[in-house]
Write a new protein. Structure first.
Length: 348
């Protein structure tokens, strides 16, 4: 059979199927680490299979979430620090799932690049697997898309898809009322929101990613790549303790925009800014741009990555359950019957 006058192949066009197959073999051990009850098959099929009954559910409601890590990817690409960006990807999805009261069950990833570097891709997916292990969900599939002409150089994009389940009638938020207490769980840094502003502030500072971090730790790039915390196990423990009425994952929109998402009509919150200390990274970011308190609170997590809304009589039990897992629990304030987010104290 004729091969044509130019003997073109898919590889010549920029897509290396052999590299893709090699990547699948490299990531199989990472996916195997994430196995949990309910997983029915490994990687390689046309779809991932999951048995809800084997996972222990009787009358389940499925909950799904999808997200990415935004322009934090740009820092990972520019610094070559690829090992934790996958943890961010998982966290952004499963932290949202648990806010609904769902236990994360399985995860799929989408990795798109102009040229598939198997070594880089394997490091990224190893991070995804680590995020899955930490949150108790299985990595059961994904897609690696090599698309020459769509991404320049070593650029790539990531998206994640998580599915969880809860028993019927156990969804959150539920019965949030005036007087409920807001319990905050600390963040590990900027997490995965606000990075377009972060990158602009770094540009204004004149510092490079490899410069010593001005707010402590290693290099500036490494500190800003600190992975998003996974709150799944802590939130599930809080649910088990009882008295929880809702959760708010503090992502884009900060405390100001995310806490009202769990409130009922006519409700608001009062938050005491003196109840925690603003971490150094946020002080530095605010100083670089002369950013106001209001702007900080609606752009960044400002040191609080998850907020738990609990009945006032149950807060001690919830706090004890969280402390048993090593959490530092911060009593931020309470739900009010006035439809506003009201801050007292000083952030900066």
């Amino acid at each position: 059979m004729s091969t044509g006058k130019n003997a073109l192949t898919y590889a010549v066009a920029g897509v290396d199927i052999d590299a893709g197959n090699a990547l699948v073999e490299q990531i199989k051990p990472h996916a195997k680490r994430t196995n949990r009850s309910g997983v029915m098959a490994g990687l390689g099929g046309f779809g991932g299979l999951f048995d809800l009954k084997a996972a222990g559910f009787n009358d389940p409601i499925l909950v799904s979430a999808t997200d990415g890590v935004g322009t934090k990817l740009r820092i990972a690409i520019d610094t070559g620090h690829y090992d934790t960006i996958g943890i961010d990807l998982v966290a952004m999805c499963v932290n949202d799932l648990v806010c609904q009261g769902a236990e994360p069950l399985f995860f799929l990833d989408y990795f798109a690049t102009g040229h598939l570097d198997v070594g880089i891709a394997s490091r990224i997916i190893a991070g995804i697997a680590e995020g899955c292990v930490q949150s108790g969900c299985a990595l059961i599939g994904g897609e690696t898309a090599e698309m020459p002409g769509m991404y320049a150089g070593d650029d790539f994009d990531l998206a994640g898809f998580a599915v969880g389940a809860m028993e019927r009638g156990t969804a959150f938020p539920s019965d949030v009322r005036s007087g409920d207490v807001l319990l905050g769980l600390p963040s590990s840094g900027v997490h995965s929101n606000g990075y377009s502003l972060v990158r602009k502030l770094v540009e204004l500072s004149g510092l490079g990613w490899d410069a010593p971090s001005p707010f402590g730790g290693e290099t500036l790039g490494a500190e800003l790549l600190a992975p998003t915390r996974l709150y799944v196990k802590s939130c599930l423990a809080a649910i088990t303790a009882g008295g929880v009425h809702g959760f708010a994952h503090i992502t884009g929109g900060g405390l100001t925009e995310n806490i009202p998402r769990v409130l009922g009509e006519g409700q608001g919150v009062h938050i005491d800014l003196d109840s925690w200390t603003l971490p150094p990274v946020f002080k530095w970011l605010a100083a670089q741009g002369g950013i106001s308190n209001d702007e900080m609170l609606k752009t960044f997590n400002c040191g609080i990555g998850m907020v738990i809304v609990a009945d006032a009589q149950s807060t001690d039990a919830v706090a004890e359950a969280l402390a048993a897992l090593g959490e530092t629990v911060i009593r931020l304030g309470q739900v009010t019957d006035a439809p506003d987010v009201v801050y007292s104290g000083a952030l900066l």
